[in-house]
Design a protein around this ligand. Structure first.
Ligand SMILES: CC(C)(COP(=O)(O)OP(=O)(O)OC[C@H]1O[C@@H](n2cnc3c(N)ncnc32)[C@H](O)[C@@H]1OP(=O)(O)O)[C@@H](O)C(=O)NCCC(=O)NCCS
Length: 241
């Protein structure tokens, strides 16, 4: 079979116009059902990034993820300036796709508001079928922060974890001075789960651990968050049913 024919069979691409008027190309493959996963809330859509989404996400990262001089991340991927932040965004996401295993996965979801890429929500687990525990991490483009998007993204990914995957526990964490990240967790009902000294830009700093049990999520669960395309992906998350 010709390489182009193989490619055309594997990747059906169709051009659609999103709400913001920009062209996006959804990626599809019967061998990678994750491309069709969608989580939507009244305010935003989250999806595994296509290559076009990644280009937009990289540009968003280049525009700024935090104030200069403040490092919110344990791995300082934004440290080398706009170009490095953009390239690191691309390479990190390509690596996650390449290294995906049902027993050890890390999903990133690009977040769109009115068709515009505004941030990124991550969720990962090791041997999820046994541990039923996920960890999350996120960032919102600096110019979109402080408007409730971080809270809406977290609510959506927690719905995906607890309602979609059947998680029992969600873990998170942040440097003790990251008020916005801790504010998002507090709003979801996370409880303290200890802390440790982590390495932050060559020094030691307090890393706060947080934990959200299923019961707490159940008490606050929303009925306006929608998950599509998960049934075809269950095996990707190490689930049999
Ligand atoms: C952390 C982040 C994802 C949050 O997203 P966001 O859209 O800015 O956050 P939101 O506007 O949805 O919510 C922030 C919450 O924190 C609260 N908050 C913000 N500053 C606060 C402060 N100084 N003290 C207490 N609470 C604070 C807000 O009041 C809000 O909660 P509330 O609406 O219940 O009051 C985003 O700010 C970000 O990307 N920061 C840089 C990267 C980062 O820190 N990532 C997380 C690494 S652990």
């Amino acid at each position: 079979m010709e390489a182009t024919e193989t490619r055309d069979r594997w990747f059906t691409k169709s051009l659609v116009t999103d709400g913001a008027g920009s062209d996006t190309v959804p990626m599809r493959s019967p061998y990678w059902p994750l491309f069709e996963l969608r989580i939507t809330t009244p305010r935003l859509e989250m999806r595994p990034p296509s290559d076009d989404d990644l280009a937009a996400l990289a540009a968003l990262a280049a525009d700024g993820v935090h104030e200069p001089g403040y490092m919110p991340f344990s791995i300082p991927w934004t440290e080398g300036g706009p170009e490095a932040a953009a390239r690191n965004t691309l390479q990190f996401n390509w690596r996650l796709r390449a290294e995906w295993k049902p027993e050890d996965w890390h999903l990133t979801l690009v977040t769109l508001v009115d068709g515009e890429v505004v941030g990124n929500q991550g969720i990962g687990a090791t041997t999820f079928a046994i541990t039923k525990t996920v960890e999350t991490g996120s960032w919102v483009g600096l110019r979109h922060q402080g408007k409730g998007i971080g809270k809406e993204m977290r609510a959506a990914v927690l719905h995906f974890a607890f309602d979609g995957l059947g998680a029992e526990v969600a873990l998170s964490g942040a440097w003790a001075d990251n008020a916005r990240s801790l504010g998002v967790s507090a709003a979801m009902g996370y409880e303290p789960n200890g802390e440790r000294i982590g390495v932050r830009q060559g020094g030691g700093d307090r890393l706060v651990h947080l934990r959200l049990p299923r019961q707490t999520w159940e008490a606050r669960r929303r009925d306006d968050i929608c998950i599509e395309g998960l049934d075809a992906c269950r095996a990707e998350f190490g689930l049999t049913v």
